[in-house]
Design a protein around this ligand. Structure first.
Ligand code: NAP
Length: 284
């Protein structure tokens, strides 16, 4: 079998066109566009690249963006005061506290100060609780993007065995919640899982989010499975995922590549959330 490659770039491009139309409609109705604010503390170079990408993508979607920078030695109260100011600012529909923050700050505590209706990363305790309870709310962007890719692949989730490798708050846990919401039978694996290949071989849908280059081999995969590779591992040879793509593509029915799979969906999801956040605030 040779798998269909699920084209994340194409799905993300369609989503971004849709968001652009939605942002324009919002601006028409309200006389101002949706707005995304980023807060970056310190000058971590990787974070600066991610933040720049978010502002560029916002501009292309017709979303206003506000780039807030604080020095690396900013106090907890300095950051908290900025978050509170943006919580009260009607121009700011959505807000991101770019992680990681410097070591003297608590990123989880600070993120928790964001108004849940502006929490476009979907990472506050309130957003996580809404997801867990199946209530409407802003969802984390990367697992939402994976749900879009599964839909694109035509994956049947109801009653399917879904295995997620990774249990982070950022990805693995919300991914599992979304799959439960779609009536899959979900198993979450992590570094203490015994005989991981035996578990992954049960999966009709296998999602890897570990951060170990090409860990998932062909003999870990059930023939015909849909395989989604969230991993991003920078090697001297370039960016690779957590799945050994060439060999797994011989076994799976559909698979995402790295790059060009899940990655483009994350930023598209952030833009979608920003427009949704703008609407949430207008409705309360
Ligand atoms: P993380 O917080 O480091 O979590 C990694 C998870 O993998 C943990 O649950 C860990 O288990 C588990 N793990 C580690 N070694 C393992 C092993 N040998 N066998 C089984 N499980 C193992 O990472 P993350 O933030 O979830 O990200 C995971 C990967 O996805 C990274 O490569 C990251 O760059 C990528 N990512 C990509 C995007 C995107 O936009 N494409 C977005 C988010 C993340 P324990 O909990 O037991 O330690």
């Amino acid at each position: 079998m040779s798998a269909t490659v699920i084209d994340g770039r194409a799905v993300a491009a369609r989503l971004r066109e849709q968001v652009k139309a939605d942002a324009a409609a919002f601006a028409q109705e309200h006389g101002r566009p949706p707005g995304l604010a980023t807060i970056m503390v310190g000058d971590d170079p990787a974070s600066a690249v991610y933040v720049a990408g978010k502002h560029k993508a916002s501009g292309e979607a017709g979303i206003a963006s506000f780039d807030h920078r604080l020095p690396a030695d900013a106090s907890r109260d300095d950051v908290a005061a900025l978050i509170q100011r943006l919580n009260a600012d009607p121009e700011c529909s959505g807000m991101i506290v770019q992680l990681p923050v410097p070591k003297h700050l608590d990123g989880v505590e600070l993120t928790g100060l964001v108004d849940p209706d502006k929490d476009v990363d979907g990472l506050t305790p309130i957003s996580a609780g809404r997801l867990a309870l199946g209530l409407p709310g802003l969802r984390p962007c990367t697992p939402s993007g994976v749900m879009d890719l599964l839909a694109e692949a035509g994956a049947e989730l109801e009653g399917a065995e879904a295995v997620v490798i990774g249990r982070s708050n950022l990805f693995g846990k919300p991914m599992a919640q979304m799959l439960i919401g779609a009536s899959a039978t979900v198993t979450v694996c992590h570094s203490r899982t015994r005989d991981l290949p035996a578990v992954t071989r049960r999966a009709d849908v296998l999602i890897a989010a570990v951060g170990r280059a090409e860990m998932v081999k062909a003999d870990w995969v059930k023939p015909g499975a849909v395989v989604i590779d969230v991993g991003m591992n920078r090697l001297a040879s370039g960016l690779v995922g957590d799945v050994a793509f060439d060999e797994v593509a011989q076994v799976a029915s559909a698979i995402t590549a790295v790059p060009g799979g899940v990655g483009p969906m994350t930023i598209a999801g952030l833009l979608r959330n920003t427009v949704q956040a703008a609407r949430l605030q207008e409705s309360r």
